[in-house]
Ligand binder design. Structure first.
Ligand SMILES: Nc1nc2c(ncn2[C@@H]2O[C@H](COP(=O)(O)OP(=O)(O)OP(=O)(O)O)[C@@H](O)[C@H]2O)c(=O)[nH]1
Ligand SMILES: [Mg+2]
Ligand SMILES: [Zn+2]
Length: 330
């Protein structure tokens, strides 16, 4: 009988069955935080810290089986990944096993279509659903108009409007995310930690109030998983200024479905969608069937992906040729 605490952490039969199949003593718990060399695990008995091995890169949201002394990583059912590594061309898993990616955008912040599109691509590539939350609706007259505009610009993505200052929209959001594992993504200061505190009904995280001296804004520095009293977990993440997705075909096809429907109709398969003859994308732009800003964001995503592939190939070639040039020691 799985423990109620593990259920609250989002345990499913998949983890229980995997432990049985692999002859593990049972499900140990879920990773709530990762620091250099250590991970915090939420277990049936409470939180414990374990040392992590370099060979086993744990991320927040991971499920572990076994015991504290011999913890075994269980199969991930979704992985939210971004580009990282020294050459910014490696896939890096950020969090695991999330059902829903909530992109938090402040109603009074500048809307950056490319950045939000990248978050969407990441969400879809992870195999998760995506929801855009327009926060701080108290600071603007018509936040729903902002939500509608953003939904249109993002290809019809689901949006919700809310304010932690007035409580507007919070119950609807609680209903929407109930019993799910969600991760909050967004720029710094959009209200992710304030929202996490509000949902969890406690002040577990430090949100960005300016200190009296005006210095030292409490910006989030760690990913952290919090269990919600209403069921489900939320992973708060540090704000990002620029995101690069490790964009797979699937994420792009989902985030830019309207454009991807048109691209196969271009006359040339290597069409760059500029002044090329027979470009169906240009024709759709001229007729107003496609939106120029969306096409620009799509081309940026594709260009980034091409550049990364070329860089990776180039590195592979140069390491192969330097290996060939190496002489055995005399
Ligand atoms: N007016 C208003 N202010 C809000 C609301 N939600 C959050 N804030 C304020 O926005 C500021 C930033 O909030 P945080 O929750 O720290 O933002 P964050 O997204 O966690 O920021 P990072 O951790 O840097 O990514 C704080 O001063 C909050 O008090 C809201 O609904 N209305
Ligand atoms: Mg924060
Ligand atoms: Zn074209």
């Amino acid at each position: 009988m799985p423990d109620a605490r593990l259920n609250a952490l989002g345990l499913s039969t998949a983890q229980v069955e995997e432990c049985q199949d692999r002859d593990l003593p049972g499900v140990l718990g879920r990773v709530s935080r990762v620091d250099r060399g250590f991970a915090t695990i939420e277990t049936a008995q409470g939180a414990l810290r374990i040392e992590t091995q370099a060979s086993q890169e744990l991320v927040v949201g991971d499920w572990l089986g076994g015991t504290a002394d011999q913890a075994v990583l269980l199969t991930r059912h979704s992985e939210l990944a971004r580009l990282g590594g020294p050459h910014k061309d490696q896939r890096q898993t950020v969090v695991a096993n999330v059902d829903l990616v909530v992109i938090v955008h402040s109603a009074v912040a500048q809307f950056r279509l490319e950045l939000l599109s990248t978050f969407l691509v990441m969400a879809y590539d992870a195999g998760a659903e995506a929801l855009v939350v327009i926060s701080k609706s108290d600071l603007i007259d018509d936040a729903d108009a902002v939500a509608n505009h953003i939904s249109t610009k993002l290809g019809g993505v689901e949006t919700m409007t809310m304010s932690t200052a007035t409580g507007y929209g919070l119950n609807a959001l609680r209903q929407r995310i109930k019993d799910q594992s969600i991760v909050l993504l967004g720029e710094s200061g959009t209200g992710k930690s304030t929202l996490t505190n509000e949902l969890s009904g406690s002040e577990q995280l430090t949100a960005g109030e300016l200190s009296r001296s005006g210095q030292g804004k409490h910006t989030t520095t760690h990913r952290e998983l919090i269990v919600l009293p209403t069921g489900g977990v939320v992973i708060d993440t540090p704000g990002v200024r620029d995101a690069a997705s490790f964009s797979g075909e699937h994420g792009i096809a989902m985030a830019f479905h309207d454009i991807c429907d048109v691209v196969p109709h271009c006359r040339f398969s290597d069409c760059e969608h500029g002044d090329t003859a027979g470009c169906a994308v240009s024709e759709a732009l001229a007729s107003g069937a496609l939106d120029l800003e969306r096409v620009t964001a799509y081309l940026a995503e594709i260009a980034q992906r091409t550049a990364i592939t070329l860089r990776a190939e180039e590195r592979q070639r140069s390491s192969a040729s330097s290996a060939r040039g190496r002489r055995p020691k005399a």
